[in-house]
Design a protein around this ligand. Structure first.
Ligand code: TYM
Length: 374
């Protein structure tokens, strides 16, 4: 089956096919982001983040309410996470960069969940020692995003379970097996660890409220694949005495191949934060583009940036300047720019980014314990 006619699948564990975001908004029953909401966030931050300006946050639930609570002078919180199944790639960084922006803008605490239990029960090939090892490795990436150590609380589901278990139990008692099956599509052959796990991912929505002893509105920035968890959690939140968690959903950073999101399961089309810069440069030089088969044809007909992974990287992450992005698009379409030059340019930018980010990761080793919950 070709990518074009492959059925769209977006679940927390699998994303494939051509992603129709309008259809997802309808299927998931979420609200489209609006320019007004983006403006309201930007007003608090003092500037409009690239991800807001470019519509990378496509939808939300109750962001207006969460903003309203902050505007009334109430405390607000943030929550996001990572399933530590390997090294972190650029796609994972998108919501974490955005969390840093929101943390600074709203002075909010961020609870960051490392789901080493999830990756153990869902993946046949990973041992618990491995997923726990990646928890501490991936935490370096989180810290390298520049988050505030006073306001960032990273935890591992396995190693910090004493802080989590009671709330998770209260969640689990409210969710029936039939709801879990309907939301996550569990099969009889699935292990019972998988079926219990959603209680852990839901629990964090209430963790700050529980620890601080007051009801704190929680906003979750993440890509839209994580949405099923929030549907389940929102159903039970008020019954448990908490606010429903709000969400802001990102689109997926594509991989370097033709179509599809950046995914660890396709390492040749993903750029990992630990990739040596020259390896990343080679991946970029081998990427799928929207260009023509030959330079001559490209000069005559121009390329198509809408399907080009190289253009996507400029758009999602690496070209801050909107005017330069427009110029890039124009030069691509007109044939003034050929793919080899465009790739070489991006390869250098990514290489510089990695050198800088890897230095921050290294430095994070000295302060990692300041970020984990006690
Ligand atoms: P995980 O490890 O699959 O993904 C971590 C975060 O990265 C986002 N993401 C992407 N965003 C943009 N482009 C991509 N190509 C891309 N690939 C992944 C995910 O949406 C996620 O935000 N079960 C979760 C861990 C978790 C969590 C959470 C995530 C626990 N609590 C709360 C978000 C919010 C997981 O395995 O994420």
């Amino acid at each position: 089956m070709t990518e074009e006619n492959e059925k769209m699948v977006v679940t927390p564990w699998e994303v494939r096919g051509v992603i129709d975001y309008d259809k997802l908004i309808e299927q998931f029953g979420v609200q489209p982001m609006t320019p007004g909401l983006a403006e309201r966030i930007a007003k608090h931050a003092g500037y409009m983040h690239l991800q807001l300006r470019r519509g990378i946050y496509l939808s939300h639930r109750d962001v207006d309410w969460w903003l309203g609570e902050h505007e009334k002078g109430n405390r607000v919180g943030l929550y996001t996470g990572r399933g530590p199944s390997g090294y972190v790639h650029l796609g994972h960084l998108l919501p974490w960069f955005f969390c840093k922006y929101l943390q600074d803008a709203f002075g909010a605490d961020l609870y960051f969940q490392m789901t080493d239990d999830e990756k153990f029960v869902f993946d046949d090939h990973l041992s618990l020692d491995q997923t726990i090892g990646y928890t501490y490795d991936n935490a370096l990436d989180v810290i390298a995003c520049g988050l505030d150590p006073e306001k960032t609380h990273i935890f591992s589901d396995t190693e910090h379970i004493q802080h989590l278990y009671k709330i998770a139990l209260r969640v689990s008692k409210r969710v029936t097996y039939s709801t879990a099956k309907a939301v996550f599509g569990f099969q009889d052959s699935d292990n019972i660890g998988m079926i219990w796990y959603p209680a852990l991912q839901a629990m964090t929505c209430f963790l700050q409220s529980d620890r601080d002893g007051e009801n704190i509105p929680c906003l979750i920035p993440a890509a839209i694949d994580q949405d099923p968890y929030w549907r389940m959690t929102r159903d039970i939140a008020e019954k448990m005495g908490y606010y429903k968690p709000a969400q802001i959903h990102a689109k997926f950073l594509p991989g370097l191949g033709k179509g599809g999101k950046m995914s660890s399961s396709m390492p040749e089309t993903a750029i990992f934060t630990v990739d040596p810069p020259e390896v990343a440069e080679n991946k970029v030089m081998a990427a799928f583009t929207g260009g023509q088969a030959t330079v001559k044809e490209q000069r005559e007909k121009g390329g198509d940036p809408t399907i080009c992974s190289i253009y996507a990287y400029a758009y999602f992450l690496f070209e801050e300047d909107d005017a330069k992005l427009i110029e890039l698009e124009k030069d691509c379409r007109s044939g003034a720019l050929v793919c080899g030059d465009c790739k070489a340019r991006l390869a250098k930018v990514i290489s510089r980014f990695l050198v800088d980010f890897q230095a921050k990761r290294e430095k994070a080793k000295d302060s990692i314990q300041d970020y984990f919950i006690k």
